[in-house]
Ligand binder design. Structure first.
Ligand code: NDP
Length: 398
């Protein structure tokens, strides 16, 4: 039995707190810490058992170290923002605590997410005998585990991966993002990038699209080629990979609003001086948009995130598999008072923590999800609310 500290009391943090509270045999004690204490207390009040809450500015390393030394958790689940990743890793090293996150580090002033900043901590975590697990959400996270599961059981030689993330749900708002608007819009407006034959190919933002028919009668959607961080770690860890791409669905309405906001400069991340005050337009826009946590009771429909993997089976025969999860926004809200985007991120964060704390995933250093045995994680997905399905057919031709 262990003690965990969750840092970040946003949409995802709320789900992680609910899911850890559901597994007392692993998470005996829970501390929820964030910049705004009242948000931690509001989440704590919804949980079936008492937890401890605390205020922390995770960008302040000494403050975070002091909090860690006071509560002595075994592991930190970092579900604050990507800007805090390195600071929280520094604090974990100093306090001797395992680390887990769901999104890789991004500097505030460039919308550029790459693993090298966090991979550079490998030797320090190794020397300290600590585990840092990076990207234990759905994508990144489960998508990498899906790929290694297919590799272990169906496609030992993987040649192509297409990760397809669709949200066939609707919150009824004219424009809103399903997770932190600043992080979401930075990601979506960045150039597309995919891995092919040993090099990165770049495309203009959202310039490549393809139709996709979702499984289980969820309809058809256009999906757009984007860069996503698990492509970098999959290209590093899946030997023999020839192509890896990431696709995400957007409604025409979302794209129309985004185009206008971009055209008028509202998605800029550089400061603009307005009447003597420096304002970052995207941060101001975030203040105007609905808080993603408020979308929970409004969102209906389902998400479908999966991977199509092509390669050779054990006999050397070409095969194509598709593995996916479907998640219902309203069912998530009934269970944990959040929509499916926060749910599909928070559940794998809890499961990743469970893997480390129960010793199913062990290692000193910094690791990505595809470096561990997928089987116990896949079992836990079925048990904790994200069941998956494998089909032996081609479903996507982007
Ligand atoms: P939110 O904006 O809803 O929540 C972030 C929380 O972190 C807020 O409560 C915020 O506090 C807190 N926070 C921000 N800065 C600090 C700080 N310096 N110190 C302490 N707390 C801080 O975001 P989400 O919950 O939607 O997303 C959380 C993370 O999950 C993000 O990193 C996001 O990229 C990642 N994510 C990963 C996905 C995946 O599948 N892998 C999918 C979706 C999200 P305050 O409320 O006071 O502002």
């Amino acid at each position: 039995m262990a003690k965990v500290m969750i840092i970040g009391a946003g949409g995802v943090g709320a789900v992680v707190a609910h899911k850890c509270a559901q597994v007392p045999e692993v998470f005996e004690e829970i501390v929820l810490a964030s910049r705004t204490l009242s948000k931690c207390d509001a989440i704590a009040a919804q949980l079936p058992r008492p937890i401890t809450t605390a205020q922390v500015d995770a960008d302040n390393v000494p403050e975070t170290v002091a909090l860690l030394k006071k509560h002595r958790p075994d592991l930190v689940i970092n579900v604050a923002l990507p800007y805090q990743d390195l600071h929280i890793m520094d604090a974990c090293l100093e306090a001797g605590v395992h680390y887990l996150d769901t999104a890789n580090y991004e500097p505030r002033d460039t919308a550029k997410f790459e693993y090298h900043w966090q991979w550079a901590y490998h030797d320090d975590f190794k020397k300290a005998g600590l585990t840092a697990l990076l990207g234990s959400g759905f994508d990144p996270g489960v998508t990498s585990v899906f790929c290694t599961y297919l590799q272990k059981h169906y496609v030992p030689e993987i040649h192509e991966i297409d990760i397809i993330d669709c949200n066939a749900g609707n919150h009824g708002q004219p424009f809103a993002t399903n997770f932190n608007p600043e992080i979401n819009i930075r990601e979506v407006t960045a150039k597309g990038r995919y891995w092919q034959e040993g090099e990165w190919k770049e495309t203009d933002p959202l310039s490549v699209k393809a139709p996709f028919t979702l499984p289980e009668d969820l309809g058809s959607m256009n999906v757009y080629l984007m860069y996503h961080e698990e492509l970098e770690s999959l290209a590093k860890h899946i030997k023999g990979l020839k192509r890896a791409r990431f696709w995400m669905s957007f409604s025409d309405n979302y794209l129309k609003h985004l185009e206008v906001l971009e055209n008028v400069g509202m998605t800029r991340i550089d400061p603009v001086n307005y009447k003597g005050v420096d304002i970052v337009p995207l941060q101001f826009l975030k203040a105007l948009l609905p808080d993603p946590a408020s979308l929970g009771p409004l969102t209906k429909g389902k998400t479908c995130i999966g991977c199509q993997v092509k390669g050779l089976d054990a006999e050397g025969k070409p095969v194509t598999y598709y593995i996916y999860n479907i998640c219902d926004h309203e069912a998530c809200y009934r269970e944990v008072k959040s929509q499916a985007i926060s749910y599909t991120t928070g559940v794998p964060a809890m499961i990743g923590a469970k893997m480390i704390l129960t010793g199913r995933w062990q290692g000193a250093g910094v690791f990505n999800m595809e470096q561990f045995d997928p089987d116990p994680f896949m079992d836990a997905l079925n048990r904790h609310g994200l069941p998956w399905t494998v089909v032996n057919k081609e479903v996507f031709n982007g």
